[in-house]
Design a binder for this molecule. Sequence first.
Ligand SMILES: Cc1cc2nc3c(=O)[nH]c(=O)nc-3n(C[C@H](O)[C@H](O)[C@H](O)COP(=O)(O)OP(=O)(O)OC[C@H]3O[C@@H](n4cnc5c(N)ncnc54)[C@H](O)[C@@H]3O)c2cc1C
Length: 536
Amino acid sequence: MTTHRVGARPPRGSATHPEQTTDAARLAAHLEDAAHVRGGHADALALPRSEHEVALCLSTATRVLAIGAQSSLTGGATPRGGLLLSTAGLRRLEAASGGGLRVGAGVTIAEVDAWALERGALYPPGPTWHGATIGGTIATNAAGAATFKYGSTRAWVDALTVVLATGDVLDLQRGQVTAHADGYVEIARAHDVVRVPLPRYGMPGVPKLSAGYFAAPGMDLLDLFIGSEGTLGIVTEATLRLEPVRPAACLVFATFCQRASALRFVDCVRREAVATWRRGDHAGLDVSAIEHMDARSLALLCEDGADRRCGVSIPADAEVGLLVTLDLPHETTSAQVYEALGGGNGTAGALPRFVQLLSAFGAADTAIVAAPGDVAAAARLLALREAVPLAVNQRVGAAARDVDARIEKTAADVIVPCERFEELLDLVDEEFRQRGLDGAVWGHISDGNIHPNVIPRSFADVEAGREAMLAIGRAAVALGGAPLAEHGVGRSAIKQQLLLDLYGREGIAQMRAVKQALDPHGVLAPGVIFAETHST
Ligand SMILES: Cc1cc2nc3c(=O)[nH]c(=O)nc-3n(C[C@H](O)[C@H](O)[C@H](O)COP(=O)(O)OP(=O)(O)OC[C@H]3O[C@@H](n4cnc5c(N)ncnc54)[C@H](O)[C@@H]3O)c2cc1C
């Protein structure tokens, strides 16, 4: 039975004070996240091992920032004073009823994936960085390469345990607490009832969105915490759903010498995959992810020798590289795949159809395949994909060191409906060209989600890049998409501006009202999602 009121309970577990340190060397390891925003500082680092210890941290500090793996690309996991609360000690990992698993916030995606793999199952929504934690991925509603088939983190969370800023604990089961028809939920505490007014704005209808608080008529309270970036409560545990049968994943990397052919190929593969799911056809073409690298990204791989290290040859005239995850029937072996590729009679699901499509679009000759179970070959292709952001980050780091210390990563995370994707790419090219910027573009093309990145040669490039990122984010909205797809808002001034553009002042005021009700003293993640000067 659903209700709009949930009872809070006191925290459980040992009531001892958590391990806490002010040791400068230990703090120094946590003053920056993957956005590499400078100036991080914290008074202390706490390592709670139970929800009670989390609650004790909240009762003694006036500013608390929860951190998982600090792989945030928004500065959201960079501390600005106060207590840093690491979830690394929240380590539960066990089967839950109904085939899912109950997992502590500090467990990583890699650990969950290994657990699922042993059982032939899959936890599909994780980001491409598998060191990210369950708490961090829930807090950012992370999505990844496979969102096209499986959706974002939100779709895989069945239950959450959250410690509120007051130290009260909520156990939320999906479907049990939903918005009242008048747009609020209530939290019954020991001595009072808190009414939380829920946001009323409409969210863009895109497959991945990490843009402030979730809003929908009749929404589930659980969904308010997913994607709230640690500003409304600290997730200590979650119950996750698993895909019970893990497909045999076959990776294929191919290059295209014309961007238009690559885009038509993607369109064709996406359509066939969707038709396969609709038919429930186990032998049909099934794809869970298509990753995209533009010509500049491919050039970076060659400049850095990543192509040779990963056993890939990239033609000099290649305009696009695609890394496709082809989902073959669970029982498919690597021998069957390599036999089918060699023209033999091996049955390898829809692989022959996929190869036919590659040929039709002129990309079969460059294709490199990692068959299911060929762990080394798959690792090489995944490393190739990861070498693109690494190449950009190295260049940003070198320019900050050698040219101007103010140089920093300047990137966007935009999504548009797939039929508008080519327009988005043209627009990004134009925004870069107009400003004389060097930039690389890569991302999750199966969702219409890309990450344009500036390769700065000067601080002026960073400033021009910021303007370009605002323009690109606004254009994504005009194309029916969103400027904040999967990384969240964090402390980035540009992302906070894009959030304001997306929902307007009234939308931001509605988010602040939620924050005010749940965290009236602004203890949790100050400065994340909303600039601190306007904090509640
Ligand atoms: C190489 C690389 C690739 C990436 N690829 C992707 C991708 O494909 N898709 C994607 O979505 N992201 C991607 N990211 C970004 C990042 O991995 C995700 O945002 C991830 O969800 C962050 O998890 P984390 O454990 O590192 O959290 P952190 O970075 O530590 O924290 C992120 C935010 O969540 C909050 N938080 C952390 N734990 C909790 C908790 N238990 N309760 C409440 N709030 C909490 C923090 O306060 C912060 O605001 C990538 C990052 C890197 C470096």
